[in-house]
Design a protein around this ligand. Structure first.
Ligand code: FE2
Length: 282
């Protein structure tokens, strides 16, 4: 397939998600940031101040695209217009790669703001793999597929999440984005074995890691992206980094957005862990 001829271009270190309150600050001070991730859906508009600022940022920093609207697991026909918009934006900002979540966000003409989970069985695996192959063909490159937080499981799942993802990555020949916070949230909420998950990720396919903060609720963890990365998530990250030290890592913070410096401090902490992980490599 033609998509396979394009490989991931190099990017390294710890980046942060680009959020609008920080754009002026970044353009004014040009801080030392390894790379930035864009929420693609926020940047489809053509022209205007924000577009001009984004183009300026793209000249200084490597960028990646993170999508929420491809609705990989949806049973509806693929939204090819959306795919073309993603492709055009990726070209405009010279995005290093494009990522999307393993979930669905639309059904029967309705769109959800939540990333809705899927059953882990052969039927959904075949469906998702075919959709990913179709999208990759349209985009002309491999996608990075991200594991999501979920607050329910399906009776007709017949395998655990990581086993599903291993099979899916193989079948769709896609890359992976390992969100360590989501693994931990599902560990606490559903009893998922987080160590098994980390140890069984097909490490050569993992091209990006996400770190974020959750919010403690009375009986569960909410994947709120509004707090610093928690200690248990840093511990899982260390476990993953010991397997491979140089996987680009992103600090995701979407709500109650803190100062730019707070995000840079979190990214620096991730880079220190990456450097220690490299020291442990044989
Ligand atoms: Fe994430």
């Amino acid at each position: 397939m033609s998509v396979l001829s394009k490989d991931i271009r190099p990017i390294s270190g710890a980046g942060i998600g680009l959020r609008s309150p920080h754009i002026n600050d970044i353009l004014t001070s040009l801080p030392d940031i390894s790379w930035l991730e864009l929420l693609a859906d926020n940047h489809f508009a053509e022209g205007g101040v924000v577009t001009a600022q984004l183009d300026a940022i793209a000249e200084y920093y490597p960028l990646t695209l993170h999508c929420v609207g491809l609705s990989l697991a949806s049973l509806e026909p693929l939204d090819k217009v959306y795919c073309q918009r993603i492709k055009a934006l990726a070209k405009r900002v010279n995005a290093k790669w494009i990522s999307e979540h393993l979930c669905f966000t639309s059904s029967m003409g309705l769109h959800s703001h939540d990333l809705l989970p899927i059953p882990y069985n052969q039927e959904s695996l075949n469906h998702c793999a075919n959709r990913i192959l179709q999208i990759q063909d349209l985009l002309g490159e491999r996608l990075l597929i991200e594991n999501v937080s979920s607050y329910m499981t399906f009776n007709n799942s017949d395998r655990v999440e990581i086993d599903f993802i291993v099979e899916l990555a193989e079948k769709a020949d896609c890359y992976l984005l390992a969100d360590v916070n989501n693994i931990y949230v599902n560990h606490v909420n559903q009893g998922l074995d987080a160590d098994y998950y980390i140890d069984n990720l097909p490490i050569e396919r993992v091209k990006e890691i996400h770190l974020a903060g959750y919010q403690q609720q009375q009986n569960y963890l909410l994947d709120a992206h509004n707090n610093p990365v928690s200690e248990p998530v840093w511990a899982l990250y260390q476990r993953l980094v010991k397997r491979k030290a140089d996987i680009p890592t992103l600090i995701e913070w979407d709500n109650d957005i803190p100062s730019l410096q707070t995000l840079l401090n979190e990214a620096r902490k991730a880079e220190l862990i990456m450097q220690k992980g490299a020291c442990h490599e044989p």
